[in-house]
Design a protein around this ligand. Structure first.
Ligand code: PLP
Length: 406
């Protein structure tokens, strides 16, 4: 029952007479999301702002890039939209999308995968973390820190106890601290590990191929399941090369889940398209895992939306070589911007800029980041910069501003 009276001011809304009866009043006021909040500030600052905040690939005019191959696929789908079927999609997603992405991740090899379409990479993580929790006796998950800002919250929401391990040793990505910590484990109960496959967010620094292989050697035979966050396939190298990191784990028989995203590598951030998958041994196991995936997604928001899945399926079916060329071009641009910054900034910035993908973590204090904001340069407080968001023509200006502030 509404215990209110119409507002005398507007005559439309209700003023609650008894505010203490209103349950919302007891909610803690959350902090705004650090990345979305600063990104909104940068957008509000307009064209003069240098926006190194949210992980979006931008063009020279500061507009989000839509890859030409993806644009073609969208143009092809557009006329079919009025006559499309708008009933509920299958809980697992569109079969043509799932098989296209499985092919990208695993190629045509013998691998059996259980999969489900998700609401982008974030949804794929959320779904996989819930499945992972069911597989993990200890309820413990190892995360390398700094982790992507959206790794710890869904891990604890899935019921995990998080064990945070340093990711950098002497400024370089290292599996050493993770290995040492796992060696110290007394419990024989199974545990979980969450790793990023390439273009590490927020540092841009990845384990070397050898370091990645050594970690897989170490984890093989341990009672663990690994969740690989594969949000940047094709951003470090050719998609086929990037998936080699995953193969290292599979070849050693490590139980593996993969969270894949189309946001960056198909430039469809707003279509929220992703895939969660698990490597299984046979069709029976696939059926079981897909049943569990369906159960998990049904409880969150039922099936994922299908437009982005359609786009990915058409790109992969009709424009695969153009798509590879778009990715190659994106990698070239990111590499050039990174190299320019590497050349224009002082020595202590060089090693943080020797990574891959969109991000680097610049050695800036919070007050220096705040100082840059006064000059219309927007970064997250930890010094993370989205290099792919800065127009090439403004890199010099950015570096000059950074040099002045340090
Ligand atoms: C490491 C990592 N994982 C997953 C994602 C998921 O992104 P989305 O939910 O936009 O697909 C991102 C996006 O920034 C990321 O950096």
């Amino acid at each position: 029952m509404v215990t209110g009276t119409l507002c005398p001011g507007c005559g439309k809304c209700y003023i609650f007479r008894q505010m203490s009866d209103n349950p919302f009043i007891r909610l803690p006021v959350p902090k705004p999301d650090p990345i979305f909040a600063i990104s909104a500030e940068a957008l509000k600052a307009g064209q003069d702002a240098i926006n190194g905040t949210i992980g979006v690939f931008m063009d020279e005019n500061g507009e989000t890039v839509l890859f030409p191959s993806v644009k073609k696929a969208i143009a092809e789908i557009a006329p079919t939209l009025p006559d499309m079927r708008y009933s509920y999609p299958p809980l697992l997603g569109l079969p043509e999308f799932r098989s296209a992405v499985e092919k990208l991740i695993f190629s045509d090899s013998e691998i059996h995968a259980a999969s489900i379409a998700t609401t982008a990479g974030t949804g794929a993580l959320a779904v996989n973390l819930r499945l992972l929790k069911m597989l993990t006796d200890s309820g413990e998950i190892y995360l390398q820190s700094p982790a992507w800002a959206n790794h710890p919250p869904p891990s604890s929401d899935a019921g995990f106890k998080i064990i945070e391990i340093p990711y950098l040793a002497d400024g370089k990505a290292s599996a050493g601290p993770l290995v040492e910590e796992i060696k110290k484990r007394k419990s024989r109960n199974s545990f979980a590990v969450l790793l990023q496959v390439g273009c590490h967010n927020p540092t841009g620094l990845d384990l070397s191929t050898e370091g990645w292989r050594q970690l897989a050697d170490f984890l093989a035979g341990k009672p663990c399941t690994v969740l690989l966050d594969f949000a940047y396939q094709g951003f470090k190298d050719e998609p086929e090369k990037d998936r080699e990191y995953i193969k290292t784990y599979l070849s050693k028989g490590i139980p593996t889940l993969i969270s894949w995203s189309a946001s960056k590598n198909h430039s469809i951030y707003s279509l929220r398209t992703g895939l969660a998958c698990a490597v299984v041994t046979d069709d029976r196991m696939k059926e079981t895992v897909e049943g569990i995936y369906s159960m998990i997604t049904r409880r969150i928001h039922s099936a994922a939306a299908t437009l982005g899945q359609k786009v990915v399926a058409v790109v992969q079916e009709k424009y695969p070589s153009e798509w590879r060329a778009d990715l190659k071009n994106a990698r070239k641009i990111m590499h050039e911007k990174r190299s320019m910054m590497h050349d224009l900034l002082p020595d202590n910035f060089k090693s943080p800029l020797e990574g891959f993908g969109m991000f680097a973590m610049l050695p800036l204090s919070e007050s220096q980041v705040a100082g840059l904001k006064k000059q219309n340069v927007f970064l997250t407080l930890d010094g993370r910069i989205n290099i792919a968001g800065i127009p090439m023509k403004r890199i010099e200006e950015l570096c000059e501003k950074i040099r002045k502030i340090i």
